[in-house]
Design a protein around this ligand. Sequence first.
Ligand code: ADP
Length: 456
Amino acid sequence: MSRKIFHAIWIVTLAVFLASLTIILAVLYNSFTELQRSHLELESQFAARGVILNGRAFFDDLDPEDYRITWITSDGSVLYDNEADSAVMVNHMEREEIRQALATGVGQSSRYSDTLSEKQLYYARRLPDGTVLRLSATQATVWRLLLGLALPVCAIIVVALVLSFLLASRLSRRIVEPINSVELDDPMQYIGKRDYAEIEPLLQRLDHQQTQIRRDQAELEKTSQIRQEFTANVSHELKTPLHVISGYAELLESGMAKPEDVKPFAGRIRAESQRMTKLVEDIIDLTKLDSGGLGMQWETSDLHRIAENAADSLSAEAEAKGVELVVEGERAELLGIQQYLYSIVYNLCDNAIKYSAEGGRVTIRTETVPEGVRLSVSDTGIGIPQEHQDRIFERFYRVDKSHSKEVGGTGLGLSIVKHAALLHNASIHLQSTPGEGSVFLLTFPKDSKRAAVPKE
Ligand code: ADP
């Protein structure tokens, strides 16, 4: 950038300099010509006086260095010329300045000589006896003028080149210096400073970018921490059932188990294996949700139908627990990923049954509202204390860990619900009173398809 500015300044300086030089030379040339013309006119006056007084004798001692003098008769024959033999010279009647002088008394013209590098200025004056006296001088042409000025002009050009070079490099350094010295961590400190006035929009953009980078970094750190915690939790959650399984398996293998213990031990092994399977399935679901439902198909689905399917799958569990399970409401269509909509209803309903006592009632309700589609899952279960309500959507967070494990929970159900809801742009509202029950209310907006990838 510094190099570019340097070149630009240098080129502009040189161009201005050369243009000025050309204009000055043109002005000089014009004023020299004018000077020479008036000089010639004055000289012709003196010469005419001399010829009138002395006749031909005037030319005898004449030795003009700066101009040529020619005396011509009224019919154009040359009587005298100080630079050529008048006897062999051609008739001058056709010369413009002679014709003018014969007609008006004075005449002047200018012509290029054969070499073209010289221009002759002519001034002719008619004498009282009818003859014409003509003076001519070589006009210095531009090239002559330049040639004469060559040395000083060259010197000026060299000085100008050096000066403009130094000036351009100094200026370009001065222009770029503030940009190079900007502290990227805090670009806003330069706002309002004179040197930085032109780059204020750039500084503001930099600041915006810095804030964005810091935000992204913080988010990245948070995500990485969540992932680490998640991995640690997963290992821990997997290890516990594995220990139980291997413990019972060892007892059975060693023959220490009494025959009547074999059945309950096998039952425990099966229950723990099922919990592990559920845990792995939930982890797979969460991982898919983490990618924002990439590759999943969005289609118009009836949430009421999905609720009925989920209720069907859980009816045996509800019956075993002595909990009444009902699906209410109406057809409620929305654009969504069927598998995740099912996960939402299934996990909420599964929890509602798990955390309800015998004789309880779980109600799934769907309806179409002006904002979109609404789903509510309510139970008459144990309820969730206020202080836990914000945290239960975190991975592996449980109000009562042992109770959750006892009822076959993985600690991931509500986290799946939250992410699937986020993916559908849906809001979650929880109303719960310990001892009375809970209501999970989800509202899916009409534009349920979102592009954002859920972070946590
Ligand atoms: P879990 O597999 O342990 O049920 P979830 O993520 O589904 O994990 O739920 C987190 C915790 O929230 C549960 O351990 C439980 O303490 C509480 N919870 C969830 N749903 C209900 C509910 N309907 N009634 C009472 N507590 C609930």
